[in-house]
Design a protein around this ligand. Structure first.
Ligand code: ASP
Length: 307
């Protein structure tokens, strides 16, 4: 079975001056995951390695560098799903964890499927994962953007009906990260991690850690990871819907394009993108935002990346 990996670094109006950093961040994540797969490691380890690199890269809205809530703090969500066992591990509303994907992996191996807030952080301590100050996750760029948003109050108009399309893109989508890997044994794993949407209400959880919404994988059919305006993606149960398109015989590319079209048709203002894979490593990717950052490689083929 050829190994395969695809990562994304968010679907939204990525500004021109951040394009190179997004490309570099996606490539670094792909390299980290690929190194694991090429050494005979598991798809689970590869996804954790790739997402971890992006969580530590402050350009992305995941881990360090995440967007701030309306109250000016960081709240993180992440999830992993193993398409062979259908085991699923999700964490949400974390305020003191540097790498949520590492904790999601512990949850996947534990008795629960999802842990949130203080309970998740208590579980982290039991797993010897250090708690850090919320301020350590905050970067100057996001602090300044938060101040601007607070002053202009653009971001509190979260209804698509009230917000012009471009303004909407700036508010609702961001650089959430995601990864899909197939290892040499044919295991298929999907993963994602996010700080959510800028100026979100404290306690708000989007699609990212919700099974079937932000991600889904079934070894017999394929996998999908979504990014974009989480409320619209969740309403569509977009990741599961995309995997259903694969079940119906659509190619990954047609499944991705169909899901993104449905997102806009079925939900007012629905915006975002997705990465998709078949069990044999055929890929698809689509978005209806101005940009989406990605990188991928299959078997002995070349690496592709773009924004
Ligand atoms: N889907 C994420 C959320 O709504 C944001 C993103 O993908 O950029 O939390």
């Amino acid at each position: 079975m050829p190994i395969a990996m695809i990562v994304h670094g968010g679907a939204w109006a990525i500004p021109d001056n951040q394009v190179d950093a997004h490309k570099a961040g996606c490539r670094a994540a792909l390299h980290a995951g690929w190194q694991v797969l090429a050494a005979g490691g598991t798809a689970l380890d590869a996804c954790v390695a790739a997402v971890r690199v992006m969580e530590d890269d402050p350009i992305f809205d995941a881990g360090t560098g995440s967007v701030l809530t309306s109250e000016g703090s960081v709240e993180l969500d992440a999830a992993l799903m193993d398409g062979r066992t259908l085991r699923y591990g999700a964490v949400a509303n974390l305020r003191h964890i540097r790498n949520p994907i590492v904790l999601a992996r512990e949850v996947l191996n534990g008795p629960a499927t999802m842990l949130v807030a203080e309970g998740a952080e208590q579980f982290a301590q039991r797993c010897n994962i250090a708690l850090i100050a919320n301020e350590e996750l905050i970067v100057e760029r996001e602090r300044l953007l938060w101040q601007q948003r607070r002053d202009t109050s653009v971001a509190i108009r979260t209804s698509p009906a009230q917000t012009a399309p471009l303004e909407m893109e700036a508010v609702v989508g961001h650089d959430t990260v995601g990864a899909i890997a197939i290892d040499a044994s044919g295991s298929l794993v999907v993963a994602n991690s996010t700080g959510g949407t800028p100026f979100k209400l404290p306690g708000r959880i989007g699609d990212t850690p919700l099974i079937g919404c932000g991600l889904y994988a079934d070894i017999h059919v394929g996998g999908c990871v979504c990014t974009g305006w989480g409320e619209s993606i969740a309403r569509l149960a977009m990741a599961r819907r995309t995997v259903e398109y694969l079940e119906r015989g659509f190619s990954p590319q047609v499944a991705a394009e169909t899901a993104v079209r449905q997102l806009a048709h079925r939900v007012a203002g629905g915006s975002g993108g997705c990465i998709v894979i078949s069990p044999t490593g055929e890929l698809g990717l689509a978005w209806n935002t101005r940009r989406m950052a990605y990188a991928y490689r299959v078997g002995g083929g070349p690496e592709y990346f773009g924004v």
